[in-house]
Design a protein around this ligand. Structure first.
Ligand code: ZN
Length: 302
């Protein structure tokens, strides 16, 4: 259900929301629970804003601007989750010089809750990632990379569950096939599990066993492709328990997050925030007191 249909039902008196409920802000927290998802992807070591060169991205992005925006939203909203969908590394000399530790340090300071790995996060080698990881005070979720025969064994999680205001939010990931994108000598013995199969299995577990109220998949598969290749859109259509896919890899800019119907004809939110840290993706989610998801709204903040 989108916000407008929700308001229509609310207006028809089917849901009691009080006289000032249309803002759905802090005054109504007794009746509703609000969760704000902030997401980034493919920020590609853009520590500084894009240069002031009169191009389209001139002066946009930069870690300090993002930190400011996140801080502002955290002051306005009680329940915020901050997520990244991969390809933090590669793109500026900061990565070549510091090897990614600086990016993770800044993300830790911004209070990221979880991230997943993109293909470029292997660019410093497995040992380079491991070294940089010491600066990451947040979880890396890699549901379909099998690191058990590598030095990253035990350093990332298959999934995580985060609680906010009594809401249980399950987070898994869908990672891209490395073969063909990253030299084998770099990803070494990393096993690749089928992202559709793992996403379906783990989201089902999060929903039915762990009783999560909302399930997020951090995806580095890419938004959409011609042909059969698995993408965020295909994953959404074939899923049953995933509520939101925050994606990356294809550097897709959107005006609004997509709403895609899953196998059970339920809504899945599919979103991606371009690249380079130009945009901060924001999805607002409203739940009722029984923790049932009611509506969402999205925007991309410059
Ligand atoms: Zn990528």
């Amino acid at each position: 259900m989108d916000r407008n249909s929700f308001l229509k039902i609310a207006g028809a008196g089917l849901i009691t929301i009080g006289s000032k409920a249309y803002g759905f802000d802090s005054g109504h927290k007794t009746k509703f629970k609000k969760l704000v998802i902030l997401h980034t992807n493919d920020w590609h070591s853009r520590i500084e804003p894009f240069p002031n060169d009169n191009s389209r991205n001139s002066n946009l992005g930069g870690a300090s601007r993002r930190a400011f925006l996140i801080d502002k939203i955290r002051k306005e909203e009680e329940n915020v989750l901050l997520l990244d969908a991969g390809d933090v590394f590669q793109g500026t000399p900061y990565f070549n010089y510091f090897g990614g530790g600086l990016e993770f340090k800044l993300m830790s300071e911004m209070g990221y809750d979880a991230a997943t790995m993109g293909n470029h996060d292997f660019d410093g080698g497995m040992d380079g990632f491991l070294k940089a990881l010491k600066n990451a005070e947040f979880d890396f979720i890699t549901t379909n990379y099998d690191f058990s025969n590598t030095i990253l064994d035990g350093k990332t999680k298959e999934y995580t569950i985060i609680e906010k205001d009594g809401l249980k939010i399950g987070i898994l990931s869908a990672n891209i096939e490395l073969n063909g994108l990253v030299p084998k000598k770099i990803f070494k013995e990393t096993g690749y599990l089928d992202p559709l199969e793992t996403s379906l299995r783990v989201s089902e577990k999060l929903k039915l066993e762990d009783k999560c109220d909302f399930i997020i998949c951090l995806s580095h598969l890419g938004y959409k492709y011609d042909g059969d290749k698995i993408s965020d859109i295909k994953l959404a259509q074939q899923s049953q328990y995933i509520d939101l896919i925050a994606g990356g890899h294809t550097h897709t800019f959107m005006n609004k997050a997509d709403i895609v119907k899953n196998k059970k004809d339920q809504d899945v939110i599919v979103t991606q925030a371009g690249w380079g840290g130009i945009l901060l993706g924001r999805v607002d989610l409203m739940f009722d007191r029984q923790k049932r998801f009611l509506w969402s709204d999205s925007e991309f903040i410059k």
